[in-house]
Design a protein around this ligand. Structure first.
Ligand code: BTN
Length: 323
């Protein structure tokens, strides 16, 4: 653990009481200058600390610092973690790590993304301090293209279960991979994969997950303010570490189970079933009105068009239409 992480633990344990620089230095077996430097660095990360002459330092609000040991504390599965203070996109970074041989379940997490990527070439708003941006590298054996698609829906279930466990909020899924809580989108998932053409075998998949933990202090940008929400309303100690670990725990559980039980969980949470939707097919401008009928064991959406014809969709976009 770094001095900063140990100091965070010390400050958190003191429950809002002051700790003098001298005491902190003694407990951490470092110099007072090192304590001071770590305090400045924590403040730079957005942690609110009050310093008072003669008394020392105290946390003004619960500290939600991301750290590898902080995540490992809650981890029940085998994963190696890599934390970056900033990157363009954890998916882009992880792709390079995967190409260079990073192992199954190596997970890249960033405090901030300067060029976070969403589906269909969109961007993903990724400011510092209020979000969890993570990408899991996967190398499952013998995965076909179709099974690789299931990684996205499996991840959506893992995210919902993690939100429910950590934040105590119901989380639901808008087919195919948007997670909603309190009627707002709180998480997006972007899966990318590399296949060997010769062997038609999955080389690696990277599953990128972005969760809005808190609404930014100045609110979401205007173009997102109607649709984006967050999983917490107030600063919560260890929120990001707990959520990150819980997502990995649940994802690894379903991946190892290697059956379709995640599809049952997906179906239960897929809030578009029974709703009137508009289907936007990928690669065409065609938009068709339909009713979402059900989700099958491969998490394909069965829709019925107005002429009574039915279709099983495995990708594409839908908008839910108010009736
Ligand atoms: C979407 O809603 O369209 C998908 C958004 C996926 C965002 C996550 S954040 C972590 C990872 N890195 C990225 O650049 N994108 C994914």
């Amino acid at each position: 653990m770094t001095i900063k992480e140990r100091l965070t633990e010390l400050l958190s344990r003191s429950g809002g009481e002051y700790i003098s620089g001298e005491k902190a230095a003694r407990e951490l077996s470092v110099s007072r200058a090192a304590v001071w430097k770590a305090i400045r660095s924590l403040e730079g990360d957005g942690v609110e600390i009050e310093s008072k002459k003669g008394l020392g330092y105290r946390l003004l609000s619960p500290c939600d610092l991301l750290s590898v040991p902080g995540i490992e504390k809650y981890l029940k599965c085998k994963a190696s973690l890599e934390l970056l203070s900033e990157t363009d996109s954890t998916n882009t970074y992880a792709k390079e790590r995967a190409r260079l041989g990073a192992e199954h379940f190596h997970t890249v997490i960033a405090e901030r993304q300067t060029c976070g990527r969403g589906r269909l070439g969109r961007s993903f708003y990724s400011p510092k301090g209020t979000g969890l941006y993570m990408t899991v590298i996967l190398r499952p054996e013998g995965f076909t293209e179709e099974r690789t698609r299931s990684l996205t829906t499996m991840a959506a279930v893992a995210v919902c279960e993690a939100i429910e466990a950590v934040c105590g909020k119901e989380a639901v899924i808008k087919w195919v991979n948007d997670v909603f809580a309190d009627g707002k989108k709180v998480c997006g998932i972007l899966t990318e994969a590399s296949f060997s053409l010769e062997e038609s075998r999955l080389q690696y998949a990277i599953v990128g997950i972005g969760v809005n933990i808190l609404a930014p202090k100045d609110g979401f940008p205007p173009e997102l303010s109607d649709i984006a929400g967050a999983v917490f309303e107030t600063d919560t100690a260890d929120a990001r570490c707990r959520l990150c670990a819980e997502i990995l725990n649940r994802f690894s559980f379903y991946l190892e189970k290697d059956d379709t039980s995640y599809a049952d969980e997906y179906r239960k949470r897929c809030f578009v079933i029974g709703k009137r939707v508009t289907v936007h097919s990928l690669g065409s401008d065609e938009v068709k009105a339909a009713t979402a009928i059900d989700v099958d064991d491969r998490c394909r959406l069965c829709v019925e068009y107005e002429n009574g014809e039915r279709e099983l969709l495995s990708s594409g976009e839908i908008s839910v239409r108010p009736i």
